[in-house]
Design a protein around this ligand. Structure first.
Ligand code: FMN
Length: 397
């Protein structure tokens, strides 16, 4: 039995907000439906479920073959009252002055809810599909200049010129302003350049789910860069998981084994990158973790990364709602204040997390705020730190 220490760790984030990813139709990795389209009733139900479930944000992802993330973000704004749309934006697709206008437009339309997630591009092949031939380090340098122009476009009271490495223009502005305050800028990516730019300039720095100690050293790294850049407000930390939950840990593991077989089959039929090694560091890290071990910490499972060639966010948290909520709190204790969760059974999972996981995490945070101490959730639901969990995890159904 581990002894329970009620002290809140020094690294803990005082609060947490939840992110989902908006799905536009019912196709999933468990049950792919061959359609590239938008199913409006489904999308409406999905985002309304997020709003009802108490999520704070939803990411509108972007790829060369996806729906446009600005348009879908705008729809989220119209279909909901509270939830904040996060636009995934690749700088190569939109000039920075135009990006600033579009984001400010979204921010005004949603009365201050817009967030942008800048994607520098993790695959040369994917970037080339839209005519972007810059190598990755240059793409990050371009993202850095892009951030400067976004911020200046939102705040500059008079026309201004710009003559940089990637962009040049004369007499832009004053641009269309955001609703009240600057729009939060998030960075996705795990390359050295992502850390340099994110640490120096981003409001939010995002990760896919990693083992706790690895994540904490990555947080130290990004915050170290921020401090060296003279920042007193450090970037907020966003971490992403694909939870698999059921009433008990044992049932969750049965589900996890069923799911991974289906997900593996889906990816076997349509392998990501034709099965080639991913170029983006985030996916390389996920595959390395999967090589080292299937199971980490309280509930982190990497087999879902291994069978998908670490396509996008691919590491799972497996267990009962209590175990998964406790595992999320382990990350909050390491400094994550934004937690993204989306499941494999996308709509059902979004609803279930809202009902069963978010309230447990919020209850614990409220307890901490009220008492200055940790509650017992993490001590009571040990997951892999307890006696039976690893047995369930290795029992193939
Ligand atoms: C939370 C999160 C969300 C992401 N969303 C997208 C996305 O919508 N579209 C995309 O192409 N890449 C997305 N990425 C991937 C990376 O941002 C991308 O591969 C990066 O530009 C280069 O990765 P690297 O620095 O790890 O090599 C996301 C990454 C994270 C951490």
């Amino acid at each position: 039995m581990t002894s329970f220490d009620p002290t809140i760790p020094q690294t803990a984030a005082p609060d947490v907000e939840f992110i989902s990813l908006s799905h536009l139709n019912p196709s999933t990795e468990l049950n792919p439906v061959p359609s590239r389209g938008i199913d409006l009733p489904y999308f409406r139900k999905y985002v309304q479920s997020l709003e009802d479930g108490g999520y704070d944000y939803t990411l509108l992802p972007y790829g060369s073959g996806s729906a446009d993330s600005f348009v879908t973000a705008s729809a989220v704004g119209a279909l909901t009252e509270r939830i904040k749309p996060i636009v995934a934006l690749r700088p190569n697709t939109t000039l920075p002055t135009v990006g600033a206008q579009k984001l400010a437009t979204l921010d005004q339309l949603t009365e201050g809810r817009a967030v942008v997630h800048l994607i520098s591009g993790g695959s040369d092949v994917e970037q080339a599909r839209q005519g972007d031939y810059l190598p990755k380090n240059k793409r990050y340098a371009r993202t850095s200049e892009y951030i400067d122009i976004l911020r200046r476009s939102w705040t500059e009271p008079a026309p201004f010129d710009h003559d940089g490495e990637f962009y040049k223009f004369d007499g832009f502005g004053p641009g269309f302003a955001p609703y009240e305050s600057p729009i939060p800028i998030s960075i996705g990516g795990q390359s050295d350049e992502a850390f340099e730019i994110g640490g120096a300039k981003a409001d939010i720095f995002s990760f896919w789910g990693e083992p706790l100690d690895d994540l904490r050293s990555e947080i130290d790294r990004v915050h170290g860069i921020a401090r060296a850049a003279g920042r007193t407000t450090l970037p907020r930390i966003w971490v992403t998981f694909r939870p698999i939950i059921a009433k008990t840990d044992e049932l969750a593991w049965q589900k996890a084994h069923e799911y991974v077989a289906k997900v593996a089959e889906t990816h076997r039929k349509a392998p990501r990158l034709g099965g080639a090694a991913p170029q983006n560091v985030g996916s390389q890290r996920a595959l390395n973790f999967a090589d080292r071990s299937e199971l980490y910490d309280r509930a982190l499972w990497t087999k879902t990364a291994a069978v998908t060639n670490a396509a996008g966010a691919s590491t799972a948290l497996v267990g009962s709602p209590e175990t998964v909520a406790a595992a999320i709190l382990d990350y909050v204790d390491r400094g994550a204040s934004l937690v993204s969760i989306r499941g494999y059974d996308t709509l059902t999972d979004a609803i279930d997390y809202g009902k069963y996981v978010l309230p447990l995490v919020r209850q614990e945070i409220a307890h901490r705020k009220a008492t200055g101490q940790r509650g017992t959730l993490q001590a009571d639901h040990l997951g892999n730190h307890g006696p039976d969990y690893a047995r369930y995890a290795t029992a193939q159904s």
